[in-house]
Design a protein around this ligand. Structure first.
Ligand SMILES: NC(=O)c1ccc[n+]([C@@H]2O[C@H](COP(=O)([O-])OP(=O)(O)OC[C@H]3O[C@@H](n4cnc5c(N)ncnc54)[C@H](O)[C@@H]3O)[C@@H](O)[C@H]2O)c1
Length: 431
């Protein structure tokens, strides 16, 4: 018997790849998942999800036990390949495409002609074309051009827009953009996504599809940077930035996002750099926004240090470590940066971190001897309480703080007037 040819192979079984693979399998496709990590492949083949994502477990265990989804560390043959490997930036903010090239190197020998290869990883403009050229350089017997006959391979980009925590809903319901290197490639990609997607599928060229995702996230980053700029100005004016934004947003065509201690995660804090890296001469606004948002954690550290300047060895309580509310992901989290900065600036102090969603301190914090991850009851009597993440669990904590607690609310969760009244002379500061 010859080697099995799967309908779809998904490369990279992380937050994006695994839900995608499981959803295709649940819609009747035979699906192979590929990951470099043996532990991920083993977990997936047991029907277990190696990270937290609601509703994925039930779908995964169903398709694994039905036999329509199998995971591998080696590349199988398939009619369509969907690449969902990481595309991070390096410390100096250049895109790191090494995961993509390693995936492409493994796909090339499996191709026979006629396959559809879709790049789902968020990528700088031009990457899908480079991927196609790379595959042809590895396999000169194949071709990208329309009308190349049986040797033609079909390259497309389709960025993912799902929100962690709602991935299984949004992967089906969201509109999707597909862009092909050729019209035929785009149409084939559209046809494939029609299997799982109930939203509209918008067809375009590959560069436009790549830029769509980067434009979306850069726009959100710009909007947050503007909110942060307003917070800095409001602080100088002595006015409440959240009230200011709430009032401005009553304008029917204004929608300013919320300020905060910085922008984290692996999308909004990363993708705008793809634009800056590719077009430095035309992206000064995007760069300035990114730099302002990146400067926010240090500004929060400064604010904390100033606020406790009169206290010898103050105990500091930091509420929240994840990069946004109600999730456990601390990757690129501004709160982690604030914790590192405070631990360094107040090296003789105890820094107590509280996060109901995080079970252990991220490595860079665990290495420091003045930082602990504690229960909220241990931290609540600290000299200063800093709200960094608006987890639901923190909404009402301000009413439990003692009257001498100094407070920095970087999320605008605790109404300042109400809180000042609650805690007597305590000062409520915005970011
Ligand atoms: N997570 C999100 O919310 C989100 C949203 C939209 C877009 N994206 C984009 O999707 C892409 C994937 O992100 P993610 O969050 O799923 O990443 P992830 O880190 O959760 O998962 C990536 C997986 O790829 C595997 N991998 C790395 N190199 C590989 C290779 N050469 N072959 C096979 N497997 C390999 C890793 O072991 C890992 O399991 C990125 O480009 C990201 O920017 C992510």
């Amino acid at each position: 018997m010859g080697q099995e040819i799967f309908d779809v192979a998904v490369i990279g079984l992380g937050y994006i790849g695994l839900p995608t693979a499981a959803t295709f399998a649940a819609r009747g496709c035979t699906v192979a998942g590929v990951d470099l990590q043996q532990s991920t492949v083993d977990a997936v083949n047991r029907g277990e999800v190696p990270f937290v994502e609601p509703d994925l477990g039930a779908v995964l265990s169903g398709v694994v036990s039905k036999g329509s989804f199998k995971a591998f560390t080696t590349m199988p043959k398939a009619q369509a390949y969907i690449i969902a490997v990481p595309t991070p930036v390096t410390a100096d903010k250049n895109v790191d495409l090494s995961y993509l090239w390693s995936a492409a190197k493994n796909i090339a020998p499996a191709l026979t002609g006629g396959e559809l290869i879709i790049l789902e990883s968020t990528s700088p403009p031009g990457t899908t074309k480079k991927l196609g050229d790379y595959l042809i350089s590895e396999r000169p017997d194949l071709a990208l051009e329309q009308g190349s006959g049986e040797n033609q391979i079909f390259l497309a980009h389709s960025p993912e827009r799902v929100l962690p925590g709602r991935i299984m809903i949004e992967i089906v319901a969201n509109d999707r953009v597909v862009g092909g290197l050729t019209n035929e490639a785009a149409e084939k990609a559209k046809k494939l996504y029609e299997v799982i997607c109930q939203g509209q599928i918008h067809v375009t060229d590959a560069s436009t599809a790549e830029m769509t995702k980067i434009a979306e996230n850069s726009f959100r980053d710009l909007n947050i940077a503007f909110a942060n700029q307003l917070a800095l100005i409001a602080n100088e004016l002595g006015i409440d930035v959240w009230r200011l934004i709430e009032l401005a947003n009553h304008h029917p065509r204004v929608n300013i996002l919320q300020p905060g201690p910085g922008v984290g995660g692996h999308c909004i804090a990363v993708d705008p750099w793809f634009l800056v890296g590719a077009f430095p001469d035309f992206s000064s606004v995007t760069r300035a926004a990114r730099e302002l948002n990146d400067s926010m954690p240090a500004r929060v550290v400064e604010r904390i240090v100033e606020t406790v300047a009169h206290i010898e060895k103050p105990t500091v309580c930091l509420l929240g470590l994840s990069f946004k509310a109600n999730i456990d992901d601390t990757r690129e989290s501004p709160s982690v940066e604030v914790a590192l900065g405070v631990a360094e600036a107040l090296s003789g102090s105890r820094i107590l971190c509280v996060d109901p969603h995080v079970v252990e301190l991220p490595q860079e914090l665990a290495a420091l001897d003045n930082i602990e991850l504690v229960d909220v009851d241990v931290a609540i009597d600290a000299n200063i309480v800093v709200l960094l993440v608006n987890h639901d669990e923190f909404t009402d904590i301000h009413s439990r703080l003692n009257s001498s607690a100094l407070i920095v609310d970087t999320r605008g969760v605790w109404p300042s007037a109400e809180h000042a009244e609650l805690v007597g002379h305590a000062e409520v500061l915005s970011s």
